[in-house]
Design a protein around this ligand. Sequence first.
Ligand SMILES: CC(=O)CC(=O)C(=O)O
Ligand SMILES: [Mg+2]
Length: 216
Amino acid sequence: MDVSKFVSLGRKIIGVGRNYKAHAAEMGYSHPTDPVLFLKPTSSYVTQGNPIIYPKLCSNLHHEVELGIVIGRKGKNIPIHDALSFIGGYVLAIDMTARDLQSAAKTKGNPWSIAKGMDTFCPVSPVLSVAVIPEPQNTAIWLKVNDKLVQNGCTKDMIFPIPDIISYVSARFTLEEHDVILTGTPEGVGPVEIGQKITAGIGDTFEMGFEVVEEK
Ligand SMILES: CC(=O)CC(=O)C(=O)O
Ligand SMILES: [Mg+2]
């Protein structure tokens, strides 16, 4: 096996948590002083036409709709003023979270990897070109559960704006082409149930849908 091939292929999923004041408040968190980062494995990706699997190990699965940044080229210690030039596109993503496992992990001081990283915990759209989202810092993102609108946010409400996030992350992890940064969720997160249909969108520009199914 040629290790150099997969070592050089950047495909990290980096999550930013608590990046919207109203969501931090609904979760009982204070305003973070620095971005809160976590990683999801790429095995959590799922694309339209495939279901979100409700794991047997979870009893409280939550939706979190988010704008994802797709990195266009490699960068380390990217200055804020140059950060937008590292964006190759965007995705709409749902940061599925096993809230029960996350709460237990927090209580024990353990990482969120399992709560955020199980199979199909990162439903994503195809990559949308930068032209499709001309104002990434002023873009509506929404999510419906069975046609009921439960999240209806705008990226202007981020605590840490997109250039700051890219700069902050790149000071810690080298960013590579095709890495994805999930920029945090607005308020309205909540549970999904087996059999429900989750629809998420970017304003009236784009929408995607996923069914939630039981793990076999
Ligand atoms: C509490 C969380 O799960 C943080 C998170 O992912 C967010 O988007 O905020
Ligand atoms: Mg999230």
